[in-house]
Ligand binder design. Structure first.
Ligand SMILES: Cc1cc2nc3c(=O)[nH]c(=O)nc-3n(C[C@H](O)[C@H](O)[C@H](O)COP(=O)(O)OP(=O)(O)OC[C@H]3O[C@@H](n4cnc5c(N)ncnc54)[C@H](O)[C@@H]3O)c2cc1C
Length: 503
């Protein structure tokens, strides 16, 4: 494929508008013409309110300051995910997965060493949020925004109203000069080699292009329906295929974390926004029907049977065999979806665009690069999937067949099996993660948070004097509690920082 001059994005969900903004930014000085087509009839998925820290880079790259976009999207800061009730049998009923920041250079290694010491049977501290500063911020509802002199860069993500984010990005892309067409794609026309030549709209207008970006959501109009790229389902590994969503009132003290609470047939998210709290229950329809799921979520939220708006959604979990086929790049739900436990979908959209643009700037869109791109993205999605699968594999709930079946499920990738093997054999997990190159997907500390958070440890050695454990406990030895208390002085209450944005 040669360098494109006419790029056509089909779909105006978050994926489409993210792509429009990044492409417009990168093609600002080149003669590339960008068009986005959005159906006036088919709505967007309209959920997806949490991000990873990658989204911070998205706004930085486009030079959009937080005080501009955050109030417009009712956004809040996110530094952590708190997991409740996933592993009651281990005694660690709630744990944190904080985003790793530069400040953790002082404590991250101590966390890994303590986890190894604990795996060897000594009773030392392994609570992730005692070692990782964003966990500390989450406990105290402090915003991760630092004063100008602060010598460490904080990593964080956001919570946001996805509909408002779509509108914000749409208005911005149109202001940047992107051609916007509101119509339904009725037909897709192909060249003799099957690549896409043009799309015919219901109005009769024909739009030609040399690169097409499929952002049509689960429909996958171009990639799957037209180019017949096969879809690889992850239903063997990830059972959840449905969600029910109910918003509630905003919280008076706005948390800087997402809550993921395990319920009888899945888990419920709680996402704090400035104007409301987003809640949803992600579950498996093979174990629980929609009415029961809605009832469970209402009970969890303390709502009556008719209070509040409710939406039911179905999800198709997996990925297409290739992300880039012929002259079509799939982004967002048209290409892959992994259930939202770690809020990775937009992260993968952004990664997909950035990697494509990297190839574009090298001036090489040849078949070799296309294969390389597809292999890299495939690997990304699979390794993200494995991290999510590990949450289900390690659960110690016994209340339903759903949790027992998840725990007993052996449909695990070779990569995940090896990783768990190293952990349980008391091997060097840091080395294993490096050997497999897994840190590109989830960091070494993220894996430690998950495994330690679930209390996946052998029993404490009975023959070990208490003072030995104390001597080996790097949390106590390094006096990390005092370090974090000292750093706290640089951070302000989340509510205060948010109200500063809207002034
Ligand atoms: C329950 C749930 C929770 C989620 N939580 C998170 C989260 O916390 N974090 C996260 O990052 N992601 C999350 N996601 C994923 C996230 O919602 C999506 O990745 C994101 O919204 C992007 O969707 P999309 O743009 O690919 O598709 P959609 O939003 O479905 O947009 C599809 C677009 O294509 C257009 N279209 C379709 N057919 C045609 C046609 N024939 N002609 C013209 N236009 C057409 C539609 O009009 C629409 O504009 C979640 C998803 C679900 C289901």
């Amino acid at each position: 494929m040669t360098r494109p001059h006419q790029v056509v994005i089909v779909g105006g969900g978050t994926a489409g508008w993210m792509a429009a903004n990044l492409f417009a930014h990168h093609f600002a000085d080149s003669p590339v013409e960008l068009t986005l087509i959005e159906s006036p009839d088919i709505g967007t998925v309209g959920v997806g309110e949490g991000s990873t820290p990658t989204l911070k880079r998205f706004f930085e790259c486009l030079a959009i300051p937080e005080h501009e976009w955050m109030p417009a999207c009712h956004a809040t800061y996110k530094v952590n995910i708190r997991f409740d009730n996933w592993s009651p049998a281990s005694g660690t009923n709630s744990y944190s997965h904080p985003f790793i920041s530069q400040l953790d250079v002082h404590s991250e290694r101590a966390f890994h060493v303590n986890c190894l010491t604990r795996r060897l049977g000594l009773d030392v501290t392994t609570t992730p949020d005692k070692f990782l500063f964003n966990g500390y911020l989450a406990r105290h509802a402090l915003a991760p925004v630092t004063p100008p002199h602060f010598p460490f860069r904080m990593e964080y993500g956001y919570h946001f109203d996805s509909g408002k984010l779509g509108t914000f990005l749409k208005e911005r892309a149109i202001a940047q000069g992107i051609r916007y067409v509101q119509d339904n794609v009725a037909e897709v026309h192909q060249h003799p080699d099957n690549s896409i030549a043009s799309v015919l709209l219901e109005s009769g207008q024909q739009i030609e292009g040399d690169l097409f970006i499929d952002c049509t959501g689960f429909r996958s109009l171009l990639l799957q329906q037209t180019l017949k790229v096969p879809f690889q389902s992850f239903s063997e590994n990830l059972f959840n295929d449905a969600a029910v969503v109910i918003p509630t009132a905003p919280q008076p003290v706005v948390p800087v974390e997402t809550r993921a609470t395990a319920l009888s047939h899945g888990w419920a998210w709680q996402i704090p926004l400035t104007h409301r709290t987003g809640n949803g229950y992600v579950y498996s329809s093979a174990y629980c029907d929609a009415t029961t799921a809605e009832h469970t979520l209402r009970q969890h939220l303390g709502l009556g049977e008719s209070d509040a708006d409710v939406r039911h959604l179905s999800m198709r979990v997996g990925q297409t065999q290739s992300q880039w086929a012929k002259n079509c790049l799939g982004l967002g739900l048209s290409q892959s979806f992994i259930e939202p436990l770690e809020a990775t979908a937009l992260h993968l959209v952004q990664t997909g665009i950035e990697l494509f643009l990297e190839h574009y700037h090298k001036g090489d869109l040849s078949d070799r690069y296309q294969s390389e791109y597809n292999a890299t993205m495939h690997e990304r999605v699979e390794r993200v999937r494995d991290y999510i699968v590990a949450h289900y594999k390690l659960n110690s709930r016994d209340d339903t067949a759903y949790w027992r079946d998840n725990r007993n499920n052996m449909a695990l990738s070779e990569s995940l099996l090896q990783l768990l093997d190293v952990w349980f054999r008391k091997g060097d997990l840091v080395q294993e993660i490096k050997r497999q190159g897994l840190q590109a997907h989830f960091s070494t500390s993220s894996w430690h948070c998950l495994l330690a958070g679930y209390g996946a440890f052998p029993p404490i050695r009975a023959d070990q004097p208490e003072k030995d454990a104390h001597q080996h406990d790097l949390f106590a030895q390094r006096n990390l509690a005092a370090l974090f208390d000292g750093c706290r002085l640089n951070f302000r209450a989340h509510n205060k920082v948010l109200s500063g944005h809207s002034r």
